[in-house]
Design a protein around this ligand. Structure first.
Ligand SMILES: CCCCCCCC/C=C\CCCCCCCC(=O)SCCNC(=O)CCNC(=O)[C@H](O)C(C)(C)COP(=O)(O)OP(=O)(O)OC[C@H]1O[C@@H](n2cnc3c(N)ncnc32)[C@H](O)[C@@H]1OP(=O)(O)O
Length: 199
């Protein structure tokens, strides 16, 4: 991703490389995952998501963000590159929202209530520098039935006490029927993983 958005090579080189990439992707033959199929390497929810655009080591889109427990919340560490640029030299606001949304979801799972975002309010206090190690933090601040309130923030590793972006979110744990309908491949649900053969 970085090489693609950073290069200033002439067009004929770009065409040659494009042909090479098409040849390579043509070699990705064989079985492909179905749309809602959870990869065999994943631990869903609240663990490994190999192809997540935020945490996935297997995704070319992801920074990737590494998540660890931290006190009463979770911390995510990553560095954004120019592929994630908004204003020249700074992170795209949507990327900040994506990092926060994801980590706030992890905070819910870590607190024992995996949930989906129903509301996310993001405040951008300062631009997020690119190519600078970032520290994202999220923690559950309250629960009310299936509703979970979560706070999040982004700062630089160098200056963790200064939040450059903050967020407040509401997450909702889907009830069991909704969970089965939304995630038919979730382990233990009828018609789930076993439908895909041996794993
Ligand atoms: C073994 C268990 C497995 C559980 C699986 C959990 C999934 C975990 C997934 C991943 C984990 C880690 C990864 C994180 C990734 C980052 C998070 C994302 O990007 S998620 C994608 C974006 N979000 C959506 O696509 C949601 C779309 N929304 C929906 O599908 C529905 O709203 C859903 C299923 C979440 C809830 O629907 P309802 O029908 O069950 O719930 P209702 O009754 O509408 O609301 C429940 C309560 O929430 C309040 N509520 C609803 N919307 C609200 C809002 N916008 N603001 C405030 N409150 C709201 C309601 O007023 C209600 O509260 P009152 O019970 O009345 O007190």
């Amino acid at each position: 991703m970085d090489a693609t958005v950073r290069t200033a090579t002439p067009t004929d080189v770009l065409h040659r490389v494009t042909d090479g990439v098409r040849r390579l992707t043509g070699q990705l033959t064989g079985r492909r995952r179905a749309r809602a199929e959870i990869p065999a390497v994943d631990e869903f929810p609240g663990g490994v998501r190999m192809y997540s655009p935020v945490t996935g080591a297997g995704s070319p889109l992801s920074p990737p963000m590494r998540v660890t427990p931290d006190g009463d919340g979770v911390v995510g560490r990553c560095t954004l590159g120019i592929a994630h640029e908004g204003p020249p030299g700074y992170g795209h606001g949507g990327m900040s929202a994506m990092l926060l949304d994801e980590l706030m979801g992890w905070a819910c799972a870590a607190a024992g209530s995996p949930g989906m975002t129903v509301s996310l309010q993001v405040r951008y206090h300062r631009p997020v520098p690119l190519e600078t190690p970032l520290r994202v933090f999220a923690r559950v601040t309250g629960t009310e039935g299936r509703k979970i309130s979560v706070d999040g923030s982004i700062s630089t590793e160098e200056d963790p006490s200064v939040a450059v972006v903050t967020a407040e979110g509401v997450f909702v744990s889907p009830d069991p029927d909704r969970t089965r309908a939304l995630f038919p491949d979730l382990q233990g649900t009828p018609g789930g993983r076993q439908a895909h053969g041996s794993r």
